[in-house]
Design a protein around this ligand. Structure first.
Ligand code: NAD
Length: 479
């Protein structure tokens, strides 16, 4: 495969190399070959991006909401036309099966359409006055230029969520997209420009993440930040944002409990959990990780889930028959190997998988561990890989206590035929999202976000746009 990727920065409507002409390598995780390079932004590039975003903000906030919506709809339509070529790029640089890459890009188009429609619903309100001749107006205004940092697991849709909401609100944005999967992100920006997003409204940079966030977050022109990534990094960035009084949306790690009751439809539970667990090789913040299965059905569930995991085809994402591609980078491979070794040493039973596959490419076998002690690291740290930890429980109180044991609170899953159990779980589970007998967690019209250490703010639904708006009161006496 030729080293043909040459991804540049997109600043003020122009593609350009970094001011220092430095680059970073892009690796194909299925072959470990260098497949190209991405420009590395210097401070001068970041300053140029901020200046562009300030200019872009002045233009975009003055663009009528209906016009902004039309441009976003147009971008969604162009993106849909390019699903196949962008998906091929994404698979090369990130590894996921091409069929999953296609779904991600289709969802990104859907996300843009949702936000296009929300542009026309940024309502303010009129509040009854306490005296005659007074008008109280509550106005919603765009917060200003935004800096967003998006991760490598969903290289296009993570951008679509932040950028779609920002643009709907009337904000401009600088996105630091993932250096590990830059080409599909760059194609997304090409689509936005072709759709008519004015120069300076959307800007794309790559480089050294810590350098970029340390420069952009405190910058006086940046009014809001949005980050998706690990809890550890999120806490650092939120602290920096706090020190500079910047609004922030933090979509951080998760460690989703998946509670299967004895009265559940096991076929549904197995189908949903298998798909959610191994999608993107488990590298999703909403992936189920701590499987809690009621004791009566534990042996049957464990045997069927492990057999299904074992039957998944692991291989290059380019092969249409592949179910699970490589991990996105060597850090994940090392982390997964460490989690399995630690859990087994502490008494967990390895039911299937547990090892790297082959010696080229970051492939890791779909893995099921049973009877995992809560002292195991994987029971406490986000595994972020194809690892299912399957334990038994007796009572709902026990299951809820385990579900709420960790500081994470992003997604959660439960399967039961009992309405009373479902109601109790909906109330008691500490999570931003609770899916019961269902897996539809990530549609653009639904709130997406966490509680506790999983962060704050939402990346879907009307709440997502609200996060990019400020409230202004205008109270005015007539005459
Ligand atoms: P990491 O914590 O080093 O990086 C996570 C993301 O944050 C990357 O996109 C990276 O570019 C960015 N980042 C790191 N340091 C930064 C900084 N100082 N300023 C700005 N951005 C910074 O971890 P990793 O090895 O890339 O990923 C592993 C962990 O990250 C996983 O265990 C998972 O918890 C988390 N993660 C979460 C999501 C998600 O969707 N919530 C996505 C990717 C990674």
């Amino acid at each position: 495969m030729p080293q043909d990727l040459n991804v540049q920065l997109f600043i003020d409507g122009t593609w350009r190399p970094g001011a220092g002409s430095r680059t970073l390598d892009v690796i194909d995780p299925a072959t470990e070959e260098v497949i190209g390079k991405v420009a590395r932004a210097e401070i001068a590039d970041l300053d140029a991006a901020v200046t562009a975003a300030e200019r872009g903000f002045a233009i975009w906030r003055a663009t009528p909401a209906f016009e902004r919506g039309k441009i976003l709809h147009r971008a969604a339509a162009i993106l849909r036309e390019r699903i196949a070529p962008i998906a091929a790029l994404m698979t090369r640089e990130q590894g996921k099966p091409v069929k999953e890459a296609k779904v991600e890009i289709a969802v990104a188009a859907d996300t843009l359409d949702w936000f296009a429609e929300e542009t026309r619903r940024s309502y303010g309100r009129v509040v009854p006055a306490r005296a005659p001749n007074i008008t109280n107006l509550v106005l919603k205004e765009p917060v200003g230029p935004v800096a967003a940092v998006t991760p490598w697991n969903f290289p296009v849709n993570q951008i679509a969520r932040k950028l779609g909401a920002a643009l709907a609100a009337g904000c401009s944005i600088i996105v630091k997209a993932p250096e590990e999967a830059p080409a599909s992100a760059a194609e997304f920006f090409r689509v936005l420009a072709e759709a008519g997003v004015p120069a300076g409204v959307v800007n794309l940079v790559f480089g050294v993440p810590a350098e970029i966030s340390a420069h952009l977050i405190p910058h006086p022109a940046i009014r809001k930040i949005s980050f998706t990534g690990s809890t550890a990094v999120g806490k650092e960035l939120a602290a920096l944002a706090g020190a500079h009084m910047k609004r922030a949306t933090m979509e951080l790690g998760g460690h989703a409990p998946a509670i299967v009751f004895a009265d559940a439809d096991l076929d549904v539970a197995l189908r949903v959990l298998l798909a959610r667990k191994f999608r993107n090789a488990g590298q999703a913040c909403t992936a189920p990780t701590r499987f809690l299965v009621q004791r009566d059905v534990y042996p049957a569930f464990l045997a069927r889930f492990a057999a299904a995991a074992e039957a998944l085809k692991v291989g290059s994402g380019r092969d249409p028959a592949t179910d699970v591609g490589p991990l996105a980078n060597p850090r994940r491979l090392a982390a997964l190997q460490g989690y399995v070794a630690d859990a087994v040493e502490k008494g967990a039973k390895l039911v299937t998988g547990g090892t790297r596959l082959g010696d080229q490419g970051y492939f890791f076998a779909p893995t099921v561990l049973a009877h995992v002690p809560i002292s195991a690291r994987a029971m406490n740290e986000e595994p972020f890989g194809p690892l299912a930890l399957v334990n038994a429980f007796n009572t709902i109180d026990e299951a809820v206590a385990e579900a709420n044991r960790l500081a994470y609170g992003l997604a959660s899953y439960a399967f039961t035929a009992s309405a009373a159990t479902a109601d109790a779980l909906a109330q008691k589970i500490e999570a931003g999202m609770v899916a019961i007998n269902d897996s539809h967690l990530s549609s653009p019209e639904l709130p997406i976000g966490g509680v506790k250490d999983s962060g704050y703010g939402s990346e879907g639904g009307p709440e997502a746009v609200e996060a990019y708006l400020v409230t202004k009161l205008v109270t005015q006496a007539a005459g």
